[in-house]
Design a protein around this ligand. Structure first.
Ligand SMILES: Nc1ncnc2c1ncn2[C@@H]1O[C@H](COP(=O)(O)OP(=O)(O)OP(=O)(O)O)[C@@H](O)[C@H]1O
Ligand SMILES: [Mg+2]
Length: 159
């Protein structure tokens, strides 16, 4: 992660698309990707860090899908001064007793050597640095949806 980068005005949509290109190879055997995008304004952000968050969520979604082909749905929208993105999967879902731990550093349910348990903890930190929010809803056996909300303007959010 590039910690030297500057705050910039950037289009979230471009970040999602370039992230999708990076993980396309892993995704193509596991899931169909459905896109439900709204037109978004540029937001004030650290673009490569936001891309890192999107990447973590998409990789987690893909890893939650079992041997049977699943679906990953990417949604974006604008509500007032807040841009939101959702990454929804038809994977395993998250057990209720795990839900409150998933943002903790080193919490993982993946086999040793497969997950460090840092993806969501890093993502949480990045979203908070942007004065945003990350939330999750999940149903075991049905799937999981992560939602990231980011303010368009950082100065106003900080005030
Ligand atoms: N989409 C999802 N579906 C089901 N479980 C999930 C999903 N996303 C996260 N989890 C659960 O949250 C845990 C923590 O996720 P996190 O991304 O922080 O770590 P990881 O994926 O295990 O490892 P790493 O991201 O460091 O490779 C996962 O191990 C998994 O149990
Ligand atoms: Mg992960």
């Amino acid at each position: 992660m590039d910690s030297n980068q500057e705050w910039q005005w950037a289009n979230l949509q471009q970040g999602i698309e370039s992230t999708l290109n990076i993980v396309a190879n892993e995704l193509k055997y596991k899931a169909d990707v459905v896109k439900e995008y709204q037109v978004l304004p540029e937001i004030e952000c650290l673009p490569s860090q936001i891309n890192q968050v999107i990447m973590n969520l998409i990789v987690n979604a893909s890893q939650a899908i079992g041997p049977e082909r699943g679906t990953i749905t990417l949604r974006t929208g604008l509500e007032g001064e807040t841009v939101w993105i959702e990454v929804a999967d038809t994977g395993s879902g998250i057990e209720p007793q795990c839900l409150q731990k998933i943002f903790d550093p080193f919490f993982t349910t993946k086999p040793i050597g497969q997950g460090t348990g840092l993806g969501l903890s890093l993502s949480y930190g990045i979203v908070k640095k942007h004065h945003g929010d990350i939330s999750v809803r999940s149903e075991v056996g049905a799937g999981t949806t992560f939602r990231v909300e980011l303010p368009v303007h950082q100065t106003k959010a900080a005030a």
